[in-house]
Design a protein. Structure first.
Length: 321
């Protein structure tokens, strides 16, 4: 037998072995994915009314949020040094969470000592609002709008959906371990490290559909407490204006919460349709109370621990780092 024939046969055997290994891994991944799907199943979300495939149970979400919260606080300047301010935001947040479909979650509401214009929710009901965002607001209805939106991400289980997507996309690999009962610290550590380094929490970047759902849920919760739903429209307009002012930057919140022009119009149309009795110039904004409880209190505080940082490279505009 000629050497080239031996080489050809050897190559064919190697290619066949490679193909069989690939098929085995592929079928294993399909099997693992199928097991995960069967274990998790689909359930109807009471907040959205939609069927959802979630492979992370609520107890896991709570544990992940509890582990990640201290790391997130530490990486973003800690808590603002004002118990009055923290208590004010916490009081509004707890009242709104009580109006949601998940009132029994261990909800927490924090004000972080950061100039970044930001608001965020971690799994299990941990909600954060930045000092930099508060100082931009003009009334209490806007505070309720921001908190309601973040509460909506939690009740709609958008974060758990993102985690499920990661599990399914990488089933058969290390991500499968994230779906087990031993995985909570893995997710918490990933979230904590992302916030400590100032990077986007890639696991929690929301889609346009998620944003639309949270807008609707936020309006639902704030109106149940008597806030004017136009406060939600105002906050979106304000965030868009701040971002435009800094050439598309300046708003950390927009890195994980897409805000196209159409979204502002969509929320305004929704409010006008669902709450025709409300008015952009009507009652329910509580501007005077906000000025005393928030703006006057902010004016007494020292500079934030987590200052705003801009990229000032020529031609790059101003964007947060």
């Amino acid at each position: 037998m000629h050497s080239n024939q031996i080489t050809g046969r050897t190559r064919a055997l190697l290619e066949r072995d490679t193909l069989m290994r690939w098929i085995t891994r592929f079928l294993s991944a399909l099997f693992v994915t199928g097991c995960l799907v069967a274990a998790g199943g689909c359930s109807t979300n009471p907040a959205t009314g939609e069927k959802q495939l979630i492979l992370v149970d609520q107890a896991q979400e709570i544990r992940i949020g509890q582990e990640a919260s201290p790391k997130f606080l530490q990486g973003n300047g800690g808590t603002v040094p004002s118990q009055k301010l923290v208590g004010y935001v916490r009081d509004i947040g707890q009242k709104m969470a009580a109006q949601s479909e998940l009132p029994n979650l261990p909800w927490e509401f924090h004000v972080i000592d950061s100039e970044l214009v930001n608001a965020f929710a971690l799994p299990g009901g941990k909600v954060f609002l930045s000092r930099g965002l508060l100082v931009k607001l003009t009334n209490e209805a806007q505070v309720a709008g921001v908190l309601g939106h973040e509460i909506g991400h939690v009740t709609a289980r958008h974060i758990a959906q993102q985690m499920t997507t990661q599990i399914l996309l990488r089933a058969g690999g290390t991500a499968v371990a994230m779906g087990t009962r031993h995985s909570d610290s893995v997710w918490a550590d990933a979230i904590g490290k992302a916030s400590e380094t100032g990077s986007v929490l890639y696991l929690l970047k929301f889609s346009r559909d998620h944003e639309n759902q949270s807008d609707e849920l936020g309006v639902r919760y704030m109106t149940r407490l008597g806030y004017n739903p136009w406060g939600q429209v105002q906050i979106l307009q304000l965030l868009k204006a701040v971002a435009d002012e800094h050439g598309g930057g300046g708003v950390e919140w927009m890195r994980t919460h897409p805000l196209p022009e159409s979204r502002v119009k969509r929320v305004a149309d929704m409010v006008a349709t669902l709450y025709p009795e409300s008015s952009p110039t009507g009652d329910g904004f509580f501007s005077d109370r906000f000025r005393v409880k928030v703006l006057d209190e902010l004016a007494k505080l020292p500079k934030p621990k987590h200052p705003r940082q801009f990229n000032r490279k020529k031609g790059k505009g101003k964007s947060l780092r």
